[in-house]
Write a protein that binds this ligand. Structure first.
Ligand code: ZN
Length: 461
C-alpha cells in the first residue's frame, strides 16, 4: 500500500530489503564502476533554502541509457530553528532507509560509496525522473524528522559538475570524523544501537561507541546521540552501557541485552574489541572486511572499492559474502575505516600488531593512526600477492607476529590444520535438500576449505 497517491510506484517499509539484479535494472547510479559518487547533507540558514525545491543538474533518469552506469551526487540541504551541523550525519544516513522504501529502487552503502539501482518495472510505471524521488524524500524527511523545517534536494548527474562537489563532500566527511575522535568508551554512560540494516541483515544490531564507528562508517557516537535525541523511536536508539563484563574484549552487559532484544535472541553476546569468539555482527554495508589468515595467524583487511584479489586469493565481494548477513563469524569482521583509527581497533587481538596485509590505499588513509614501529612491517598488494610472499615479507621485516610463530609452533600448514577450527560461528545456516539447517555454536574442522562464488546466484559485476 502506497503512502502517496500521486507517486507512480508504491512507497513503504516492505520494499526496504528489495534487491534489484543487474538484468532487472534500468540504470545504476554510483556503484563500483563509477569513481565519483556521493550523498551529503548540509544544514543551512533558513533564508538560503527554498522548501520543497528539487533541483536536477545534468541528465534526468529518463535521459539515461538503459542498463548504463552513471555518476550521481545527492545533496540534501536542510534548515530549522533547532537544526545544527551536528545533525548532518543523521539526516544523511536516513537516505539509506528512505530511498529503499521506494518500490523498485535500491540504495546500498553510504557517503562516497553509494550504489543505487532503479528497476525496469518501476521505470516503466513512470518512475522516470528525480523529481519524483525528491518528492518522496521530501515527504519522508518532513514526516519523520519534524525538526527539519525546510528541505531542498539536488541530484547531480553532470560529470563536469560532480568533481568539485565530490571533493567538498570528502572533506566534510573527514571533518565530521575528526570531530568524533578523542572521546573514550569508558567516559560515556550510553552507547547507541542502529538497526537501519536489518532489512538486509535481520539479526544485525550495530553498536556505536565513541571508539567504534558504525560498520558503514557513516554514524559516529555523536551522530547516534543526536539521532536518538531527535527521534528516540527511530532506527537509532540509546544503549545504556551497563556493567563492564570484560574490559579487554569490550563486553558490556547493556550491549549484550540490547543485541539480544533487537536480534530476536539470535545474538546474545558481543565483544567489541576482538574479531574472535563473539565478534560484532556484520551487516552488508561495511566499508571493509577484516579476515583472519590462519597460515600467518594475522589479519588481512580489504575495503569495498579494492579492485583486485587479496593476499588469500579472494576479492572483496567473496569475503564480504562470507561475513555479511548479521552473523558472527569467528575471525571475520565487517567494519568501518574509521574503526582503524581507534585505539580500541581489535585491541584484544593485538591491534595493529596483528595486521599483516592491507591495501595501500587504506594504509595511506589511516597511516597516521598506525604505530610507527609497525607501519613498514604490514604488507600491501605491492609486497605480497600470495601467502608464501606474505610469509617471506613478514619474516624479512620481522613483523611482531613472527615471534609468535616461533614461540607457539610454526604457523599452521595444511597437515596441521585439523586441530584448529577453520570456522566457528554462533549460528550458521546451511541450506540442503529444501531444508534449512542451523548449526548453533558450531566449530567446523576441515583439512582444506574452499570458498567459492556461486555463479548461478551471483550476478556479474
Ligand atoms: Zn549496515
Amino acid at each position: 500500500m502506497s503512502m502517496f497517491k500521486d507517486i507512480p510506484v508504491e512507497v513503504g517499509v516492505i520494499f526496504e530489503g528489495e534487491r534489484i539484479r543487474r538484468n532487472d535494472m534500468q540504470v545504476e547510479l554510483g556503484g563500483p564502476k563509477v569513481d565519483q559518487k556521493f550523498e551529503i547533507a548540509k544544514v543551512k540558514p533558513m533564508d538560503q533554502i527554498e522548501d520543497g525545491k528539487v533541483v536536477i543538474v545534468g541528465p534526468d533518469l529518463k535521459d539515461l541509457k538503459e542498463g548504463g552506469e552513471y555518476p550521481l551526487g545527492i545533496l540534501i540541504e536542510a534548515a530549522g530553528a533547532q537544526l545544527d551541523p551536528g545533525l548532518e550525519g543523521v539526516i544523511e544516513r536516513r537516505l539509506h532507509g528512505y530511498l529503499n522504501y521506494i518500490e523498485g529502487f535500491m540504495h546500498l552503502n553510504q557517503r562516497y560509496d553509494i550504489q543505487i539501482r532503479l528497476g525496469k518495472k518501476s521505470f516503466q510505471k513512470g518512475l522516470n525522473t528525480f523529481e519524483i524521488i525528491g518528492k518522496v524524500l521530501y515527504r519522508l524527511f518532513k514526516n519523520e524528522l519534524p525538526i527539519i523545517e525546510k528541505l531542498q534536494i539536488t541530484f547531480i548527474t553532470d560529470i563536469s559538475k560532480i568533481g568539485s562537489l565530490y571533493t567538498d563532500a570528502l572533506a566534510s566527511y573527514e571533518a565530521r570524523d575528526a570531530k568524533a575522535r578523542g572521546l573514550k568508551d569508558n567516559e560515556v554512560p550510553e552507547f547507541y544501537g542502529c538497526v537501519l540494516c536489518q532489512s538486509f541483515a535481520p539479526s544485525h544490531v550495530c553498536v556505536i561507541t565513541p571508539q567504534r564507528y558504525s560498520n558503514c562508517g557513516a554514524i559516529s557516537w555523536h551522530d547516534g546521540k543526536a539521532s536518538a535525541s531527535i527521534d528516540p523511536k527511530g532506527p537509532i536508539f540509546a544503549i545504556p552501557r551497563g556493567d563492564v563484563i570484560n574490559e579487554e574484549k569490550g563486553e558490556f552487559s547493556g550491549v549484550n541485552e540490547a543485541a539480544k532484544k533487537r536480534s530476536m535472541g539470535e545474538v546474545t553476546k558481543v565483544w567489541l574489541y576482538t574479531a574472535f569468539d563473539h565478534p560484532h555482527t556484520s551487516c552488508g554495508c561495511f566499508e571493509a572486511v577484516t579476515f583472519y589468515i590462519p597460515e600467518v595467524d594475522g589479519f588481512g583487511i580489504v575495503h569495498r572499492t579494492f579492485k583486485g584479489v587479496t593476499v588469500n586469493g579472494l576479492p572483496f565481494s567473496t569475503l564480504a559474502d562470507s561475513t555479511a548477513g548479521g552473523r558472527q563469524i569467528d575471525g571475520f569482521h565487517g567494519m568501518s575505516l574509521e574503526y582503524m583509527r581507534s585505539s580500541k581497533f581489535f585491541a584484544a587481538d593485538g591491534g595493529w600488531n596483528r595486521v599483516v596485509w592491507v591495501p595501500k590505499e587504506v594504509k595511506e588513509k589511516v597511516k597516521d593512526f598506525i604505530p610507527k614501529d609497525i607501519i613498514g612491517k604490514i604488507a600491501t598488494e605491492d609486497d605480497a600477492k600470495g601467502i608464501d610472499d606474505l610469509k617471506t615479507f613478514l619474516k624479512e621485516k620481522n613483523h611482531p607476529i613472527v615471534a609468535k610463530w616461533t614461540t607457539e609452533e610454526a604457523p599452521a600448514t595444511e597437515a596441521e590444520t585439523e586441530a584448529t577450527p577453520v570456522m566457528t560461528a554462533s549460528t550458521l545456516p546451511i541450506s540442503a535438500g529444501g531444508f534449512k539447517i542451523i548449526l548453533t555454536d558450531a566449530k567446523i574442522y576441515a583439512s582444506k576449505v574452499v570458498i567459492k562464488k556461486d555463479e548461478s546466484k551471483t550476478e556479474k559485476r
